[in-house]
Design a protein around this ligand. Structure first.
Ligand code: PHE
Length: 458
């Protein structure tokens, strides 16, 4: 099996790592990880998380990359090449990105607005506790309206993806990811000079055994799974762009270190400052990012500049993730519709943009004009998030594990990984893919669904 002739490839390992890590480092690292770590016993959660990344996350990521590189195709083509009968799995793989990218762009738009407001000196307004509410309910003027910023963010994503793999995605990854790390380092150094913050670091790193339970492991596993951008067809697609001289095992290791490192540093940045300056309540998701953090910035010296740097960082993280989501759709369309390479990318990116704008609009309006529309008791955005992340993702991942273990055979993956070197964690890999991963994924699926509908298992 060999890669399709003329398929674009990353120019080197550095680009590939930056782009894949760019997908992995996203809103999950910045607004969900700090909250979960704080909620589940600080240092203990971090430890459980690391163990899961090097075992569970490693297994799923290397599997996806090997599938992509071996076949040289994006999801649908890759699965078909391995087994025609299981084509449905390829289609199932592109469903989550299609559901996620529209609302990811809605949230990306919120972030773009906050970066813009702070960057243009209008940051004071954001400290008003009602600002976020006014903004997402579409009650503000055109510059303070979520639709404007949703469109802006979606068009930026489209622009990068439409420029192609090397000139668009890889080039932006190579610039944006190092920039993200520099901003992160700068913010950390500055935050620790703020009186009171250093004293709260213990709250984040402290091992609190009383908060450890089965939920800790399930929550850590679910978070890791989302954070490493698994079961979205992303790593399959990026694997298909990876040259054979790139060592997959070490690449997955480096991507995991970057993703986990950024998540942990985000916790170190956010938890102590919220404990010291933001009212002490580390909430999850939008509340933390758009209400509590502005309070922290409002209370420190050079707050607007720091806030701008912070939202620029979140913007970069969100953009490199939305790029990867859009790329899965573009790659799948370009591979299957039979357009010539010259026009395929432009057409496919444009169609993906149209899909994002149409499907994302209801999510964007779901807190304002469409507030009354609830699906299974959730806002539209929350419902999309639930359907894809809680239900479809674990399902895709379970099917992928079973597909590799029992249809294709793990030898295909091992062979691909061993093309340029020994597969050091091979034994662990085989046990994980055949037994541990499907079980853990089934637990994530069951607990996720049960949790949303408020059923108490324990
Ligand atoms: N990994 C991203 C994050 O941590 C989320 C994401 C998942 C992005 C899948 C793209 C695809 O936020």
């Amino acid at each position: 099996m060999s890669g399709e002739a003329g398929r674009p490839k990353f120019s080197g390992k550095f680009g590939m790592i930056m782009v894949a890590a760019g997908s992995a480092v996203g809103l999950g690292n910045l607004w969900r990880f700090p909250y979960l770590a704080h909620e589940h016993g600080g240092g203990l959660f971090l430890l459980v998380y690391i163990v899961l990344v090097v075992s569970f996350g490693f297994t799923l990521m290397i599997t996806e990359m090997a599938i992509g590189r071996r076949t040289g195709k994006s999801c649908i083509g890759a699965v078909m090449e391995l087994s025609k009968k299981h084509k449905w799995l390829g289609w199932l793989m592109i469903l989550p990105p299609a559901l996620v990218v529209p609302y990811y762009c809605v949230i990306g738009g919120w972030v773009t607005n906050y970066a813009f407001q702070y960057g243009t000196g209008s940051g004071a307004a954001l400290t008003d506790p009602d600002y976020f509410e006014t903004f997402i309910t579409c009650s503000g003027d055109i510059l303070n309206n979520p639709i404007t910023w949703f469109v802006v963010f979606a068009v930026i994503t489209f622009y990068i993806v439409s420029r192609g793999l090397e000139k668009g995605i890889e080039k932006s990854g190579k610039i944006l990811m190092p920039l993200l790390l520099i901003i992160m380092a700068f913010l950390l150094i500055y935050t620790f000079t703020i009186p009171g913050v250093m004293g709260s670091v213990g709250e984040y790193l402290n091992f609190d055994y009383s908060k450890f339970s089965m939920d800790t492991v399930i929550d850590a596993a679910g978070q890791m799974f989302y954070s490493m951008s698994l079961a979205m067809g992303i790593m399959v697609t990026y694997g298909s762009y990876t040259n054979r001289d790139v060592h997959l095992e070490s690449s997955v290791k480096q991507i995991s270190i970057l993703d986990t490192g950024v998540a942990m540093l985000a916790g170190l940045l956010i938890v102590p400052s919220v404990m010291a300056l933001g009212g002490g309540v580390v909430n999850s998701g939008p509340g933390l990012m758009f209400e509590t953090m502005p309070l922290v910035f409002g209370s420190i010296a050079f707050g607007d500049i720091i806030a701008f740097a912070f939202f620029a960082l979140v913007f970069i993280a969100a953009l490199t993730s939305s790029m990867s989501l859009m790329e899965v759709l573009v790659a799948a369309m370009s591979d299957h519709v039979g357009w010539s390479r010259a026009v395929a990318r432009k057409r496919a990116s444009f169609l993906a943009l149209v899909l994002i704008l149409i499907v994302g609009l209801p999510s964007c309006l779901g807190y304002g004009p469409l507030e009354a529309v609830q699906v299974a008791g959730m806002t539209i955005l929350d419902f999309f998030d639930f359907a894809s992340n809680t239900v479809i993702l674990p399902l895709v991942a379970i099917c992928t594990c079973l597909f590799i273990s029992f249809v294709v055979g793990t030898d295909a993956i091992v062979e691909e990984v061993e093309i340029n070197g020994r597969f050091k964690r091979k034994k662990m890999y085989l046990v994980m893919i055949k037994v541990v991963c499907p079980i853990l994924l089934a637990l994530i699926l069951i607990f996720g669904v049960v949790d949303v509908f408020g059923i108490d298992i324990f």
